[in-house]
Design a protein around this ligand. Structure first.
Ligand SMILES: *[C@@H]1O[C@H](CO)[C@@H](O)[C@H](O)[C@H]1NC(C)=O
Ligand SMILES: *[C@@H]1O[C@H](CO)[C@@H](O)[C@H](O)[C@H]1NC(C)=O
Ligand SMILES: *[C@@H]1O[C@H](CO)[C@@H](O)[C@H](O)[C@H]1NC(C)=O
Length: 412
């Protein structure tokens, strides 16, 4: 980051983030903690009883308690069944701490979701200072949704959206750490309109064949870090979409899945923006795509200042992609004059193997192209003995240094 781009606001954000991390790691001796255990509110934890009413009651007390840390304990050795539930703030404490030691499971059948007007199974909304930490397992029991994503028997053509497993909406200064998430109906974790958050030491697991099970979806969010996590799932390991900026990702082991994606942006003519996304030290294994920026024709806005550094691919399909012709369902998305502007994208220190021949595909918009695309120290070979890999590029502008396979539309 150039100093001249650093505003007072950025510095304040940084200081805030550091303060959050310090104070969570070392709550001072003088800090007050109030603890509420879900068992005190009648939760059973036998994996059968609907424990949502007990959690709701406990949450009310947690949220209105005024202390430095207000703590909700979900005890170890038990499995709590929760129906769709949203834990809503604002809360009174500086930190609201969910200590997830036991496990949480979703309803087994889709009918148990009917009557809930929500896009998510477990929601956290409008909370400043949220910590969710522990060794608990969150099981979305999503397999019934994967087979047939709608409730009941909707008429043909109805669009159905299974619930995301865990959603944070308008949460600020948050930390999610150490949890294991398995088999969500849709995404494992969704962040919408959040700021100053860290997700780390997570395990997000679903079958490679499960549809739409993104690992972490980030949209409309700023200043988010994702570190040292293992993601093996059916769709994008991490997807960053419109309105997101200052996203740092590192130490991710991804695969199976669809890799790490930015987009899709600019669907149906929308103005979408993503900037300052930095992905570092990740291993991407046997994924459908590797690191990808995808935009629809006819959109507007930008994807800029993005870097992928120290990435290792192991038998990945299509490791490096910029696709400005993204159009999976082929509805009215061709030959548009507008496009999302892609610029200042750096790929540096990328090694490994590709299962497909086209290791690098930079397909930029026919009118505006992509600018300042830099490839630096890239060495991708074929995972198939005796095969070669190739690059494809259209309207991409920038430089390629020490890049194998060679990318002929970029300057050397
Ligand atoms: C890189 O990521 C791995 C996890 O995949 C982690 O164990 C390691 O500490 C990271 N290295 C650095 C230098 O951050
Ligand atoms: C887009 O333009 C190409 C080349 O001009 C043309 O062949 C193609 O039919 C057009 N597609 C649509 C959907 O208009
Ligand atoms: C690269 O991506 C573009 C856009 O999706 C696609 O049309 C093209 O076929 C791809 N190139 C190769 C060589 O696969």
């Amino acid at each position: 980051m150039g100093l001249k781009n650093t505003t007072m606001f950025d510095i304040m954000e940084f200081v805030l983030t550091v303060l959050v991390i310090l104070s969570v790691a070392t709550p001072g001796l003088s800090s007050t903690t109030k603890t509420f255990n879900v068992l005190q509110y009648g939760a059973v934890g036998d994996k059968k009883t609907d424990d949502s009413p007990a959690f709701e009651k406990a949450w009310k007390d947690v949220c209105k308690s005024k202390s430095d840390i207000s703590q909700l304990v979900v005890p170890a050795g038990k499995t709590f069944l929760l129906k769709p539930i949203t834990f809503t703030g604002p809360c009174k404490s500086t930190y609201t701490y969910i200590q997830l030691l036991g496990n949480i499971v979703a309803p087994k059948t889709k009918s148990e979701y009917s009557g809930y007007h929500t896009n998510t199974w477990l929601g956290f909304s409008n909370i400043n200072g949220l910590i969710i930490k522990g060794k608990g397992i969150i099981d979305g029991r999503g397999s019934t949704w994967w087979q047939q994503p709608c409730l009941g028997n909707p008429s043909p053509g109805t669009k159905c959206r299974p619930p995301s497993a865990l959603t944070l909406n308008r949460c600020y200064r948050f930390q999610i750490k150490g949890l294991t998430h398995i088999n969500p109906a849709r995404s494992h974790i969704t962040l919408t309109s959040c700021k100053h958050g860290t997700l780390s030491n997570l395990r997000l697991i679903a079958p490679g064949t499960s549809p739409n099970t993104d690992g972490i979806d980030i949209s409309g969010s700023r200043n988010i870090q994702v570190h040292n996590s293992f993601i093996a799932t059916g769709d994008d390991c991490i997807a960053i979409s419109s309105g997101s900026s200052k996203i740092k990702i590192s130490g991710i082991t991804c695969g199976p899945g669809h890799g790490i994606s930015i987009g899709s942006l600019g669907t149906a003519g929308k103005v979408d923006t993503v900037e300052d996304v930095h992905v570092k030290n990740c291993t991407i294994t046997e994924t459908l795509t590797g690191v990808r920026i995808k935009t629809w024709q006819g959109g507007a806005g930008f994807a800029r200042r993005i870097s992928f550094e120290d990435i290792k691919f192991v038998r990945a399909n299509s490791p490096i992609i910029i696709d400005q012709y993204y159009c999976p369902n082929r509805f009215d998305c061709q030959n548009k004059t507008e496009a999302v502007k892609v610029s200042d994208v750096t790929y540096k220190g990328i090694v490994g193997t590709s299962l497909t021949e086209k290791a690098i595909n930079l397909s930029c918009d026919q009118n505006i192209g992509c600018s300042n695309i830099v490839l630096d120290n890239i060495d991708i070979t074929s995972a198939v003995p005796g095969k070669e890999v190739f690059s494809f590029c259209h309207n991409a502008h920038g430089r390629a240094i020490n890049t194998k396979p060679a990318v002929n539309c970029l300057l050397k």
